[in-house]
Each structure stands twice: as structure tokens, then as C-alpha cells.
Design a protein around this ligand. Structure first.
Ligand code: CP
Length: 308
């Protein structure tokens, strides 16, 4: 296919064909990643700015590594080290950085729509690395790549998304993506941690975790985002663990071929037991590896899909 997008802002805007094209390129870049010398000249001479206004380990480091593997020059900017601390607006910060002749911006921000806002105002390519509770498209793409390594056909999969769906940009990106593949998706969470926008999606809700986990091929566990929550959404963390955590006891009842996923960072002993995170069915670290390949593919495609 001919790739024509200049920005990657959401999974909602992508067609199934575009997702497939990103995955195909990601598998090629994974081969580069597994070589002893992980370097291609695809982005030589380009400068990428990683503008992170929220904490990140996986996304920031994997974008930085992807940029290095593609031979781009890159700079990391965080809230604590930028003049945003002195009252400068996001747009002024971004325009000042662009005036230094940068080419691409990767942005993580606490406000939904921040990446789109910049894409409409800058000349640079813009990549959404997570905007508030809206979307986290590169996370969903690395998740699809990881699922594809275990299951060829998304259409006949049974997927469970478990946990704090209300505050999760990852869940929304996953639901948009799975809807394009007509994948059967079930959500499991306390009613207070389910969003109102569910009517946009063809998903089922099951409140009983023991029933929900039994027949699923993919169990996608979400972090309890205590930092985004108002108080009183569930009685106590102990109650939440009792009713919605993937304990080792529950893990023993899942299908033999199931895979356990999590976007990270994980809270051991909260949304899942540490033994589950480290178990044979967990693909959490495979997701992290695939994140570098997916981000290499996205940077490459947005730059026109050409080598140098
Ligand atoms: N999954 C994810 O976005 O992790 P970070 O917050 O560490 O980037």
C-alpha cells in the first residue's frame, strides 16, 4: 500500500490495511533489532524531539532507541527540564523547538488531543506517545504485533481487557483496533471503572473475573491508575484485589494457550500477582521488545518510507 499519513495520532483514524502495513514493517525492523549491529540509515540527517510531559520508561526509551537504530539525531525534553515550568505554553515550546530545524515530534501529554493540536500547527511529523485518557496508538500497535506472534488470525480470538478501563488510553486504542478486526472483546472491571463511551464499541462486559478469564486467548491486564483516580471508585484496594486481580489461583484456571499481556508499568500484587507477571504465559517483556520495532516502523513510514 502507499502510505500517505504525516502523523500518527490514534488507532481510531487508521484503517485495518494501515495497521497491517505498520505490522508488516515492524516485523522487518524486528529483524534489524535482532542483528548484532542494530543500525540502518533510514533517518540519517533527521532530528526527532521526544517531548514528554508525563513520566515514561518504556515509551521514551524505546522511541529513543528506535531513533538511534534508524540513525536519526534525537533530543529528549521533559516537563521538569523545559521552560513549561516557567509558564511557557505547549505550542510556544513546540514552535521554539521546531525553529531549531527539527523534523519530527513524539509527544506524551496529560491532555487528550495534545498530539492532534500540535499536528495541526507544526510542520513536523507528530507521533502521539499517549495523550491523557484518549489514546496510546504505538502501545496498541506493539500489542497487536505481539498477539500476531502467537495467533495468526485476530478475527477468531477471544480477548479480555481487565482492570481500570476508565482511565486507560491503552484500552481505548486496543478497542478501536480490535473493532477493525471484528475481534470478540470482553471487558471486566468494577462498574465504576468502566467508561461511558462503551456504546461506540462492540464489546461485552462480564463483572465476574472467574467467568471472564476462563475461555480467553488473550488476557490483557491494565494498571490500576491511582494517580488519575478520584477517591471512592471502589471500596478499598483489598476489595479490588479480591474481585478483579489476576491472582496465581486464578491464573491456574486460564486456558493452556492463553497469553497474559500488560502495557506496563505493572503493580505487582495489585492488578496481577508477581508470579503471573513472571509466568510462562506472560508476554509482557515480548511486548516491550516489539515496542522498539513498531516505533522504528512508524518513524520510517512517517518519514516517507524510504531509506535515506
Ligand atoms: N506502556 C507505557 O506507556 O509505559 P511507560 O509509561 O513506561 O512509557
Amino acid at each position: 500500500m502507499n502510505w500517505s499519513r504525516r502523523h500518527l495520532l490514534s488507532i481510531e483514524e487508521l484503517s485495518k490495511e494501515e495497521i497491517e502495513h505498520i505490522l508488516e514493517n515492524s516485523f522487518s525492523f524486528k529483524e534489524v533489532l535482532l542483528r548484532p549491529i542494530k543500525k540502518v540509515p533510514a533517518l540519517r540527517g533527521k532530528t526527532v524531539v521526544n517531548l514528554f510531559f508525563e513520566p515514561s520508561t518504556r515509551t521514551l526509551i524505546s522511541f529513543s532507541l528506535a531513533e538511534k537504530h534508524l540513525s536519526a539525531d534525537s533530543v529528549n525534553v521533559s516537563t521538569s527540564s523545559s521552560s513549561v515550568k516557567k509558564g511557557e505554553t505547549l505550542l510556544d515550546t513546540a514552535k521554539n523547538i521546531e525553529s531549531m530545524k527539527t523534523d519530527m515530534v513524539v509527544i506524551r501529554h496529560s491532555s487528550a488531543g495534545a498530539a492532534k493540536f500540535l499536528a495541526e500547527r507544526l510542520n513536523s511529523n507528530v507521533i502521539n506517545a499517549g495523550d491523557g485518557t484518549h489514546e496510546h496508538p504505538t502501545q496498541a500497535l506493539l500489542d497487536f504485533m505481539t498477539i500476531r506472534e502467537h495467533y495468526k488470525d485476530f478475527k477468531n480470538l477471544k480477548v479480555l481487557i481487565l482492570g481500570d478501563i476508565l482511565h486507560s488510553r491503552v484500552a481505548r486504542s486496543l478497542m478501536w483496533g480490535f473493532m477493525k478486526y471484528k475481534t470478540k472483546v470482553t471487558l471486566c472491571a468494577p462498574p465504576t471503572l468502566l467508561p461511558l463511551y462503551l456504546n461506540d464499541f462492540n464489546v461485552e462486559v462480564e463483572y465476574d473475573i472467574d467467568k471472564a478469564i476462563k475461555d480467553k486467548d488473550v488476557i490483557y491486564i491494565l494498571r490500576m491508575q491511582l494517580e488519575r483516580q478520584e477517591k471512592g471508585l471502589f471500596p478499598s484496594l483489598r476489595e479490588y484485589i479480591k474481585d478483579f486481580s489476576m491472582t496465581y489461583e486464578r491464573y491456574q484456571t486460564v486456558k493452556d494457550r492463553s497469553i497474559i499481556m500488560h502495557p506496563g508499568p505493572i503493580n505487582r500484587g495489585v492488578e496481577l500477582d508477581g508470579t503471573v507477571a513472571d509466568s510462562g504465559k506472560s508476554v509482557i517483556l515480548e511486548q516491550v521488545t516489539n515496542g522498539v520495532a513498531v516505533r522504528m516502523a512508524i518513524l520510517y513510514l512517517l518519514n516517507g518510507g524510504k531509506n535515506e
